[in-house]
Design a protein around this ligand. Sequence first.
Ligand SMILES: [Fe+2]
Length: 196
Amino acid sequence: MGDFSRLPTGHVARRVRRDDAARVLSSVSSPWTSAPLRERQAAMEKFQIVISPDVVDVLRHEHEQIRQLCIDVRKAGPGRRRQELAALGQTFYRHQLGERAVAHPAVRNSGADGNAIALGIQLKSEQLDRSLTEILRLGVEHADFDATFATLSDGLLAHAADQESDEFPLLRRHVSAQRLHMMAGAMNDIRIMALD
Ligand SMILES: [Fe+2]
């Protein structure tokens, strides 16, 4: 999957991609333009799935952002560390919001082990939320900051690794491609409603 961070996301993106698909279809003389409406709509759905990220793509991309922000906090000088830490906190909060509302519920219904896997990952992520709140309260200038942040960073990296090895394969195996794309849109809509 390429870098889609500069592209619009969620329902706006779906509308844009749908327009792109319609433009492509209308520019082709045959067989598209003579195809029945239902076939043209099906073709547009396939076009949308191919070029837009699904929920696993979105979450994997966010994990990369979280990994990079952990590096940025460690590397930042005193003048920027507070800002980088705040960015990490906001990114993880938004990430968890979407996972709890959309991804974990779907994993719970995916196979015999889905419920236990989703519950385990969610409990650890709730602990990470508490650790982030505590380190923000501690402050970047505290003598214990580096050691405390190292533990937090290890937990965030473990979250990403666990989810990518345990949850994402279940979603890919048990949930249809179309549903995974709809979940990406639903996750974006939930975040917009919660954060507005
Ligand atoms: Fe995650």
